[in-house]
Design a protein. Structure first.
Length: 301
């Protein structure tokens, strides 16, 4: 399952090369893991990169406390099966400590609050490289990132001050206090990820497949009502719909899509035919034209 993959998939080979460079160039890397499809793909790539040894760095989840239960259950199952180290840091702790303020109201979310918790965790463990599953096709601010993206000693990103990356030369040299965000699947598309999951027969959370769910409509999007997290007005009617999620984030900002795709083959076909980006169902990206870029400048992944 984890044999050498040369001459099979150029994107896979590139990602494996990047992961090995991280292990070689940094003293204390960590893989940011949410239980979503992209971070699950990263785990498989890391397995292949270091096989037959174990993945040589821990996984870390910045838990908003508003995650889909299916995702958390899958996260814990995967970590246990693979014998990996998992670090969890909770946004609720940052709220309790008065470092961030809980949002309220119709469009409240904890998604942006993750930044403070993440930066505190990086400082706590002295991580010098954080590996994540962001891709350039997701959102225009993502497209500006380098594969090795340097953050200053405040955890902030300056899109105007980035290093050139020529061919496959990745420069991991950083100054005291700086750290690097690493994006091994930066050049992949959503379809590339799903096709890889299909080819590798990778298990993913059930929430990505069609299922009946109690939902309500707001702003043309379908919101889950299977919990007490998502704000719902009294006039927003709950109905059971056949839906799935294309992207999995904080429940309060991640909408579902109508779908009958109940297995990986039909999901891949659905993605091929889709005319809407996967983050079209992420309300946090719609707060302003530059919402993602502003969060990244503040230290968001």
């Amino acid at each position: 399952m984890h044999k050498n993959t040369l001459d099979i998939n150029p994107l896979e080979n590139e990602a494996i090369y990047i992961l090995r460079e991280v292990a070689a160039q940094f003293e204390k890397p960590v893989l940011l893991f949410s239980g979503g499809k992209d971070s699950i793909t990263l785990v498989r790539l890391a397995q292949k990169a270091f096989y037959p040894a174990k993945i040589p760095f821990p996984l870390m989840h910045i838990d908003t406390g508003h995650n889909f239960p299916e995702t958390i259950a899958f996260r814990d199952k995967l970590v246990k099966e693979l014998g990996l180290e998992l670090i969890v840091r909770d946004v609720q702790d940052s709220i309790n400590q008065g470092k961030v303020k809980e949002e309220v109201g119709k469009y409240s979310s904890r998604n942006a609050l993750q930044t403070t918790t993440l930066l505190d965790a990086i400082e706590e463990f002295k991580f010098d490289a954080c590996i994540g599953g962001a891709r350039r096709d997701e959102e225009k601010a993502r497209a500006k990132e380098r594969i090795f993206s340097v953050r200053d000693d405040f955890g902030q990103w300056d899109e105007k001050n980035q290093r050139p990356e020529l061919f496959d030369m990745l420069n991991g040299q950083i100054e005291l206090g700086q750290n690097v965000r690493v994006f091994p699947i930066s050049n992949w598309t959503e379809l590339d990820v799903w096709s890889y999951i299909q080819k590798e027969d990778i298990e993913i959370p059930s929430i990505y497949f069609a299922h009946l769910r109690k939902t309500f409509l707001r702003d043309g999007l379908i919101w889950s009502n299977d919990d007490e997290i998502v704000y719902r007005d009294v006039d927003e009617t709950v109905e059971e719909r056949l839906v799935r999620f294309r992207t999995v984030g904080d429940m309060s900002c991640t909408a579902a899509v109508l779908s009958g795709a109940s297995d990986i083959d039909t999901v891949v076909q659905e993605i091929k035919e889709s005319t809407i980006s996967e983050r079209g169902a992420r309300i946090d990206d719609k707060r302003s034209e530059a919402a993602m870029e502003k969060r990244k400048q503040q230290g968001y992944f």
